[in-house]
Design a protein around this ligand. Sequence first.
Ligand code: S3P
Length: 190
Amino acid sequence: MKTKQEHSAAGAVISLDRPVVLIGLMGAGKTRIGRLLGEALGVEFIDSDDEIEKAAGMSVADIFECFGEKSFRDGEARVLRRLLGDGVKVIATGGGAVMTPETADLIWNESLSIWLKADIPVILERTARTDKRPLLQVPDPERILRALVERRDPVYQRADIVIESGDEDAERVLEKVLEALRRYSKEEKE
Ligand code: S3P
């Protein structure tokens, strides 16, 4: 049986018995909010892309370039299987992680999932600042993002909690996440 851990954040008690997993498109704020959430809950924060890079000894962009997306997805599935079986923590996933069926099953069954939902203009603006996302290194990233939204939103929608992350500042998004977690954890108790 899993033990519930009580975490006190922003004056509210949040009970967790499984990892909290952030899902959503590139640039939605999963890493930024995940780090703040880990601090607020007093649990470890892990970014799955960082873990994949550590395991491979190379960047996500280089994995895509040298070995292709399929190889990246295999590594991503392995890393998430390990992280999801390893107790209460906050995990930020890469935007495509839930499109691998075994990974999605693990996320729906073994974690408390939160979809950080942001609009395309916000995502375009944020992702244009870096060349770290291989899928968006194309002449028309907006077209790619629209296709990803169409394919992925119906999957992201299965998350336990949905938070509009929009272009609000990170502190405000964190407040919304904590409030939703508090409500969720209270409903689970009742
Ligand atoms: C991807 C998202 C990226 C990274 C890789 C592929 C995707 O992570 O895993 O570039 O398919 O959406 P972030 O969502 O953290 O940018």
